[in-house]
Design a protein around this ligand. Structure first.
Ligand code: NAD
Ligand code: UGA
Length: 468
């Protein structure tokens, strides 16, 4: 399909901007794709073989296109000036200060991009919201762009991204749908043409701007709601000898419910679910819909409950104290096949175990030790600028990060499995059991090892949503 767009720029080379643009470059060799970021270290990584994002299959796609029609640089101004279409894919984290703190999305980076585009652009540009944004953000972007005195003109589209980390490449290759919201038909058509290079026409959905913006928050809210719903049932299962995986299988066979996203766990993590639901809650409050706000807020509360319930269960089972006991932490990423730890349940489980004075030995196959330490330090800081003396001591003396699960588990009173990495199923369980203190407790926050008869090795095995 010939595309009228020849040059694309993407501002933000993160988990979304990098993989998404790599896929466009792969599927559209006739389009020059330039990904820019103000973070020079991140750009240097994109230009190396140690990409800043770990995603199965990503390095292959990047290697195929980089230097051909895919470029990474910090040249924000010139990339904007040259492109006909500009994607904004910067981060939109939860605001932690001022009005809406703890709920609203921080749109500072989005606004900076809009102002930069307004300053640099000449001629006509199509500006595409790729970041997840509160509904009506396009209005603010349009207003900023309308203020230019250069004679430049703009169309604004919303094109939210639905990829999940760990499966980004397959999700981008075969998306369930690509959603494009806009006002100008020619701008919508131009973006449709780009995706039509590999996405079947029936999966290209166009809507008005606001529906598109709101659909993204709604999709994440519904997905997270399913996880919180099944996790709430997991608590009831533990009290009643029902088994949450059996319940999930039974309800999932109802075609109206469907089998996906019903895996009970230690709690959902990731950079978006919590942020996007809180954003939705904030929007509902802003538009004076307190009942709707409260309804969605419960999804996040249930998730917090699930994480703290997991820690309580460990403490209770270990005879009501974990003080000075070594606990092996298997996995720190928020799900398998990613190096991303943002809002990972592991952060909160580790923080709470540390506050109970446990000694943690942590292993994750993809997350660097420095990164784990940084996350735990931030969590122990608890929003304060400075670490208090107790937290600093606990971090220094009670946390070690090791390079395999056997070292982590040696002499441990318990294992807490927090990420469902495939390799954990390949462990030498007899060796691990023999090296642990007895009774050897294993708390499986993912029910990853549930079918492996761990009690035959002597483990006292506990999972989510069934009584052991
Ligand atoms: P990220 O933090 O990994 O990447 C954002 C990048 O934008 C950073 O590298 C940052 O340096 C850069 N940036 C910020 N301000 C900039 C500016 N003014 N100029 C140039 N670069 C700038 O974030 P992400 O995970 O890629 O998420 C980006 C957006 O996509 C968010 O709105 C998120 O909600 C949404 N989203 C994320 C996912 C996901 O799986 N991570 C999936 C769908 C949607
Ligand atoms: C999620 C959505 O699935 C994507 O469609 C969306 O684009 C993205 O958020 C986003 O906007 O950032 P992601 O967070 O990368 O993707 O990963 P998910 O597979 O959705 O998992 C999120 C969390 O829920 C993980 O911690 C995962 O372990 C947990 N989860 C997921 C469960 O506990 N049970 C499940 O059944 C499914």
């Amino acid at each position: 399909v010939p595309s009228s767009i020849r040059k694309i720029c993407c501002i933000g080379a993160g988990y979304v901007g990098g993989p998404t643009m790599a896929m466009i470059a792969k599927q559209c060799p006739h389009i020059e794709v330039h990904v820019v970021d103000i973070n020079a270290a991140r750009i240097a990584q994109w230009n190396s073989d140690e990409l800043p994002v770990y995603e199965p299959g990503l390095l292959e796609v990047v290697s195929e296109c980089r230097g051909r029609n895919l470029h990474f640089s910090t040249e924000v101004d010139s990339a904007i000036a040259e492109a006909e279409m500009i994607f904004i894919s910067v981060n939109t984290p939860t605001k932690h200060f001022g009005v809406g703190a703890g709920r609203a999305a921080n749109l500072e980076f989005i606004e900076k991009c809009a102002r930069k585009i307004a300053e640099v652009a000449r001629g006509h540009k199509i500006v595409v919201e790729k970041s997840t944004l509160p509904v009506r953000t396009a209005q603010a972007i349009k207003t900023i762009l309308a203020g230019v005195s250069t004679g430049a003109t703009f169309d604004v589209l919303s094109n939210p991204e639905f990829l999940a980390e760990g499966t980004a490449i397959e999700d981008l290759l075969m998306p369930d749908r690509v959603l494009i919201g806009g006002e100008s038909q020619s701008a919508i058509d131009a973006l449709v043409e780009v995706y039509a290079n590999w996405v079947p026409p029936e999966r290209l959905l166009t809507t008005n701007l606001w529906s598109s913006e709101l659909s993204k928050l709604t999709a994440n809210a519904f997905l997270a709601q399913r996880v919180s719903s099944i996790n709430s049932i997991s608590a009831l299962c533990e009290a009643t000898e029902a088994d949450v995986d059996e319940v999930a299988a039974a309800i999932g066979m109802d075609s109206r419910i469907g089998p996906k996203f019903l895996k009970a766990s230690v709690g959902f993590g990731g950079s978006c679910f919590q942020k996007d639901i809180l954003n939705l809650v904030y929007l509902c409050e802003y538009f004076r819909l307190p009942e709707v706000a409260e309804y969605w807020e419960q999804v996040v509360k249930m998730n917090d409950y699930q994480k703290s319930r997991f820690v309580s269960r460990i403490v209770r089972t270990l005879f009501n104290t974990v003080s000075d006991k070594k606990i092996a932490i298997w996995g720190f990423a928020f799900k398998k096949d990613t190096n991303d730890t943002r809002e990972s349940a592991a952060i909160y489980v580790c923080r709470d175990l540390l506050r109970e004075r446990a000694k943690l030995s942590i292993y994750d196959p993809r997350v660097s030790p420095e990164h784990i330490r940084r996350e735990l330090t931030d969590a122990m800081r608890n929003g304060d600028a400075e670490l208090n003396a107790t937290s600093a001591k606990l971090l220094a003396e009670n946390v070690e990060i090791v390079s395999d699960i056997h070292v982590a588990s040696s002499d441990a009173h318990a294992v807490a499995l927090l990420t469902e990495w495939d390799e954990f199923r390949e462990a030498d369980f007899q060796r691990i059991h023999d090296g642990m203190k007895k009774p050897a407790f294993l708390f499986d926050g993912r029910n990853l090892l549930k079918d492996m008869s761990l009690s035959d090795y002597g483990f006292d095995y506990h999972g989510i949503g069934f009584s052991s």
